[in-house]
Design a protein around this ligand. Sequence first.
Ligand code: NAD
Length: 312
Amino acid sequence: MAEIIDGRAIARQLDEKTRSEVDALVRDGYPAPGLTVILVGNDPASEVYVRRKIKACELVGIASTEHRLPADTSQEDLLALIDKLNNDNSVHGILCQVPLPDHIDTRRVLRSIAPEKDVDGFHPVNVGRLSTGSGGIVPCTPLGVMKLINSVIPDLTGKNVVVIGKSNIVGKPVANLLLDAEATVTVTHIYTAGLPEICRQADVIVAAAGAPELVRGHWVKDGAVLIDVGITRQETQEGKTKLVGDIKFDEVQHAAAVTPVPGGVGPMTIACLLANTVQAARTSMVGNGSSDSDYADARSRSMFIGLGPNPK
Ligand code: NAD
């Protein structure tokens, strides 16, 4: 039987670290780290995500603020709000929940968030830092994926890892983090030929395609580690809905370890958001902002988040 990697338990451990980091800042006389979440419109899934994030902030002592804007908010007004938050010293992290309404240029909005407050790690400055191994804020889901892999394989040196999916928010940053950890990485996507054979070579598979139960048992070699990022909501025969991952869970019991859906990557994403917020706060309040100290801080952050002392 494959070990089930308990994302909820690992997320709780990370939250405890984050909580003690917040306590240490407050003990040293700094204000509690502040996260501002912006929600435009009333997409039901986004409402749920935002509620979860706000509640999670409360549990670790992060001061959260919510800006709920109507769906017809102009891009100009949204950019003006972000500009105000960029210049507000009590705000250490800004998260603009996507998707945004169609009339708003999402890319432009996300780029308007100051990189040091971009706790989602989506700003091109943070993407560039990640791809050059020079610190910055690491996107939450990829960071969570690394923590889950490290919980069963602490040293990835020379391991063969196949990433399914090459999106900017999951596949590509995960691949960069894996390369930094000295893994041999194959990034695959919808047009990749012979995906089952490629996967059969893998010590670790990270499935982030959004294609329900894509990875079948015969794609997986004995003893592989499987991380399932995919989430698809499907209707059951009883007319209810359930979440389905990208890996056919019942067929992969010959793997060494596998993450469940739900309860695997999902909880880690929020825990990493909280960790990123505290780190952004610490950099802004304790660090001096020079590029050298940015790097030193990134090193200490990667220790804090458990990725090892040296992002190579
Ligand atoms: P995306 O649609 O932006 O990218 C999907 C990628 O998978 C693309 O590169 C595409 O080429 C590839 N792909 C799609 N179908 C494939 C197939 N049949 N074979 C091989 N490759 C295929 O998606 P995304 O934003 O990266 O998200 C991927 C999945 O992860 C989704 O299910 C999403 O809901 C989930 N997700 C979960 C979390 C979390 O916190 N657990 C966070 C982000 C995304």
